[in-house]
Design a protein around this ligand. Structure first.
Ligand SMILES: NC(=O)c1ccc[n+]([C@@H]2O[C@H](COP(=O)([O-])OP(=O)(O)OC[C@H]3O[C@@H](n4cnc5c(N)ncnc54)[C@H](OP(=O)(O)O)[C@@H]3O)[C@@H](O)[C@H]2O)c1
Length: 233
């Protein structure tokens, strides 16, 4: 799988799935612009990533409503076009129910997991339209599948945010049909800070699934995948 010369923006690149995806894209010849919240962690991850290929970093807290525009401005100082945006960064207020999560949890999770991806697509749209077969991957979750929420309503705020992110995928895909492919990805349950130590999979499995979806034909849009396998919203 070659991503030679592809200009790729990835959020949440400092650890977990985003870090693994960035490593794989750089090894496959891509140019990566990565963001994360914590500047020190980003610098440390960036040192490892820069050893693999062209990597640029920009720290921004995506819970700040102004941050997506600042990220887009930083990207546009480097590139006039991008070929792939991976909306990967996320938070999770996961707990037993809405009551234990607290009333602010929905807003907290929606801000980073939905509003920021939406604003990033919005502010990066000109660059995406200038790209070569441009694509957006919204890293969602099996937790946001309708049936999964019926089966287990715990982790409600996070589930709601991923359900909403899938709606965002469907709506942007419809509006950008023929211009930019927009799809959702369930990376699987993986051992990361967010996934926890009990998860059966490794972060690199998620990284590989990001690349598998990024390699799909550019006319595949408005869909939900787990690696190569299409799944129901
Ligand atoms: N792991 C799983 O089992 C699993 C399952 C399904 C879906 N997912 C999805 O996969 C994606 C990646 O998850 P992960 O498991 O790799 O998570 P992770 O290990 O917790 O890493 C999260 C990344 O997002 C960044 N981030 C968090 N809050 C941010 C904020 N406010 N502003 C900017 N960046 C922020 C973090 O940056 P800092 O280091 O600076 O905090 C970090 O780089 C998420 O969308 C998640 O919902 C994961």
């Amino acid at each position: 799988m070659s991503f030679q010369g592809k200009r790729i923006v990835i959020t949440g690149v400092s650890r977990g799935i985003g870090f693994e995806a960035a490593k794989l894209f750089l090894k496959a010849g891509g140019d990566v612009f990565g963001t994360a919240r914590d500047p020190e962690r980003l610098e440390k991850a960036g040192a490892e990533l820069k050893a693999l290929g062209p990597f640029k970093a920009f720290a921004a807290d995506l819970s700040d409503p102004e941050a997506p525009k600042k990220v887009a401005e930083a990207v546009s100082r480097h590139w006039a076009a991008i070929d792939l945006l991976v909306n990967n960064a996320a938070v999770s207020s996961w707990s037993k129910d809405f009551k234990t999560e607290g009333v602010g949890a929905v807003e907290h999770d929606m801000r980073v997991n939905v509003f920021a991806p939406h604003a990033l697509i919005f502010h990066l749209l000109t660059l995406l339209r200038n790209g070569d077969e441009p694509r957006v991957i919204n890293v969602s979750s099996g937790a946001g599948i309708r049936q999964s929420m019926i089966d287990s309503p715990i982790g409600a705020s996070y589930r709601l945010s991923k359900y909403s992110l899938n709606g965002l995928t469907i709506l942007w895909a419809g509006q950008l049909k023929g211009e930019v492919a927009v799809n959702s990805l369930d990376p699987g349950w993986l051992k990361t800070d967010l996934g926890g130590p009990e998860a059966p999979g490794e972060p690199i499995d998620g990284g590989k699934r990001v690349l598998a979806l990024a390699a799909k034909p550019a006319d595949v849009t408005g869909r939900f995948f787990h690696g190569d396998t299409e799944i129901e919203f």
